[in-house]
Design a protein around this ligand. Structure first.
Ligand SMILES: [Zn+2]
Ligand SMILES: [Zn+2]
Length: 267
């Protein structure tokens, strides 16, 4: 059992920037260290606001390289550089993102060779778990970027167009973060049970989601990747036909992965 087990929502906005939310970023607090899952714009500010130190994060998992999930990485790493930590950090990301990410860091004057800490890059592999000190974090592919394949090939951009959802198993509880989906059926790849589903709202139909979660006995659904015009009232009045608890993500929302408690930032 880990000494702490919390999931903190640092950024809950959709691709379109929000005045009230940072872009996609989620922090797994394992007590001994943190795992940052996606790191969009504004993630570092909310990370600090939540009271954490940059050197305490030992892994960053990047599900895919759309800017709303990755644009905060150089700035976050710059904080680790400035505090002078020697604690190693590994960036886990799609294989064909490693070279471009290194280029972005060089471009940002964050040369890996000059960092005070060892900086590693590892490819995410479908179904291969990252061992995170008692938690198992396992990526599963989604079809989110498949629509880009033809255009990329025609224009000489090679690569696998990979995007991953993430299954987190900790203290006997399973949480799935959908990242961005091509279709709700992408989640069928992920082994059950799923206790909590942190699911994006930009690329799926909610009226398909409710029966999906009910069929799989998901206990809690946290809707995220929310645009400012997301129709909260419609969700509230939809009577979705599932017994799952439905929550709307907000920056600073903290989910205790042991007792299920939910806490929020106050203004
Ligand atoms: Zn996104
Ligand atoms: Zn995306």
């Amino acid at each position: 059992m880990t000494s702490a087990a919390r999931l903190i929502i640092l950024g809950s906005s959709a691709g379109r920037a929000s005045a009230h939310r940072a872009a996609s970023s989620y922090l797994l607090d394992l007590g001994s260290h943190g795992v940052l899952i996606d790191c969009g714009d504004g993630a570092t500010r909310n990370f600090l606001r939540a009271g954490f130190l940059p050197e305490w994060v030992e892994k960053i998992v990047i599900t895919h390289t759309h800017a709303d999930h990755v644009a905060g990485v150089p700035y976050f790493l710059q904080q680790r550089y400035l505090v002078g930590t020697d604690r190693p950090l590994t960036v886990h990301c799609p294989e064909d993102a490693i070279g471009p990410l290194k280029d972005v860091l060089d471009f940002s004057h964050l040369f890996a060779e000059r960092m005070p800490f060892p900086l590693y890059f590892e490819s995410l592999l479908a179904g291969r778990s990252l061992d995170c000190d008692g938690a198992r974090v396992t990526p599963y592919p989604t079809t989110h970027l498949e629509g880009n394949s033809a255009w990329r090939e025609n224009h000489g951009f090679l690569g696998n167009n990979e995007c991953f959802a993430v299954r987190i198993e900790i203290n006997g509880r399973v949480i799935v973060y959908s990242s961005d989906l091509g279709a709700l059926a992408d989640l069928d790849m992920i082994p059950l049970p799923i206790d909590w589903l942190l699911v994006e709202t930009s690329h799926i139909a909610l009226d398909e989601l409710w029966p999906w979660v009910e069929e799989r006995r998901v206990k809690r659904v946290i809707l995220t990747h929310l645009s400012d015009d997301f129709d909260v009232a419609a969700v509230a009045s939809a009577r979705p036909g599932t017994k799952a608890e439905i929550l709307l993500a907000e920056d600073g929302m903290t989910l205790d992965l042991r007792d299920g408690a939910v806490t929020r930032w106050t203004a």
